[in-house]
Design a protein around this ligand. Structure first.
Ligand code: AHG
Ligand code: MN
Ligand code: MN
Length: 336
């Protein structure tokens, strides 16, 4: 390894950016877990680790074997870190106390997009680090607005394993060298273009959307001859990590709205360990992340596993969507 390459390591980035030592150590432990997860995923079909268990998590979703194994890897690693006071996970029903003297509350989605495992598609790990509150319960430390996050990131396991991270001063991308087990910086101060012609949504839910939201999406489909006067492309991988990574890489809008089904009145995605970290990353790229009324980062959660609608990505497109939801969009033109 030459000197130039050495300066690009994640360890050097932490030093250069004067990241608090304890915080840097917590992130390093998360990354050690992610390296282990990356290796586990690569071998999982050989080891017979694909497929589901009989169990369900707090959101009522069936847990895959790998959901539980990845959760265990993060749990075991974070338990060793004295700076971690609490952790919370998609796969744990309640927040867990680790060290009474710790200073951080770490929330994570150990394996995002886990249904993609069975098709060898991209998946990821999402994490959010908050200051632990003193004199409060474990759960209360996680019920803070996303603006309080001191660090947010995700690791995407795709053709390359990459870390996308922010400490609230820009968003940075690192790529894992799997031979050295070191993350090297491959992009800095990432910016997401404010305009886009690409959207990302599960169209199979269209019949359940509100009239206003349907108008927005169907006007996108109308293309150049329609009210938006532009032809749009669509992509949906089924893993938030992969769909947001595309937005980070080339712009776009990612949509998981509320809909009229009984359990979807706040959409599907979870605020604390999915939407909040993605929102902080996006805002640090000049992009935006809203529920259907407010900035996601401004919401004070009331429950650990609460859901939130997500409208996130290229800022002008996010505001165009909000204009439909709040003001019915292009006046007088409804599609449905
Ligand atoms: P998880 O695998 O952690 O439960 O998350 C899955 C989420 C998210 O990654 C993705 O955007 C969304 O579910 C996909 O939902 P649909 O299956 O409705 O497309
Ligand atoms: Mn997820
Ligand atoms: Mn998950």
């Amino acid at each position: 390894m030459n000197n130039f390459t050495l300066t690009k390591t994640f360890a050097n980035f932490l030093l250069r950016s004067s990241v608090d030592l304890n915080l840097g150590n917590v992130v390093n432990d998360i990354l050690l877990s992610c390296i282990e997860i990356s290796e586990l995923l690569a071998k999982s079909p050989i080891e017979g680790l694909t497929g589901s268990t009989e169990k369900a998590n707090s959101s009522g979703e069936t847990q895959k074997q790998l959901d539980l194994l990845c959760n265990q890897i993060l749990r075991d690693q974070l338990r060793q870190n004295q700076a971690v006071k609490y952790f919370a996970s998609e796969e744990e029903s309640s927040a867990i106390t680790v060290h009474d003297q710790g200073v951080f509350a770490v929330a994570f989605d150990p394996l995002d997009g886990s249904t993609n495992i069975d098709i060898n598609g991209s998946v990821g790990t999402i994490f959010s680090i908050l200051p632990a509150l003193s004199g409060k319960s474990a759960e209360e430390s996680f019920l803070q607005a996303g603006t309080n996050q001191v660090c947010a990131g995700y690791v995407i396991y795709g053709p390359a394993t990459q870390l996308v991270i922010t400490f609230g001063r820009g968003t940075y991308i690192f790529t894992l060298d799997p031979e050295e087990n070191i993350f090297f910086q491959t992009d800095e101060n990432v910016r997401v273009p404010v305009d886009t012609n690409e959207f990302s949504i599960n169209m199979a839910n269209a019949r359940n959307w509100s009239r206003e939201f349907s108008n927005y999406v169907f006007h996108l489909l109308d293309g150049k001859g329609g009210p938006r006067q532009k032809t749009y492309n669509m992509r949906w991988t089924g893993a938030m990590v992969a769909d947001i990574h595309r937005v980070i890489s080339r712009g776009g809008i990612f949509l998981y709205p509320s809909d009229q089904r009984a359990n979807m009145s706040s959409g599907k995605l979870r605020l604390i360990y999915e939407a909040n970290p993605m929102a902080l990353i996006l805002e640090n790229c000049g992009a935006s992340a809203f529920n259907e009324a407010h900035s996601i980062l401004s919401i004070t959660p009331t429950q650990l596993h609460q859901r939130v609608p997500v409208i996130a990505g290229s800022t002008k497109e996010v505001f165009a969507c909000l204009n439909y939801i709040q003001n019915e969009g292009v006046a007088g033109q409804t599609r449905l």
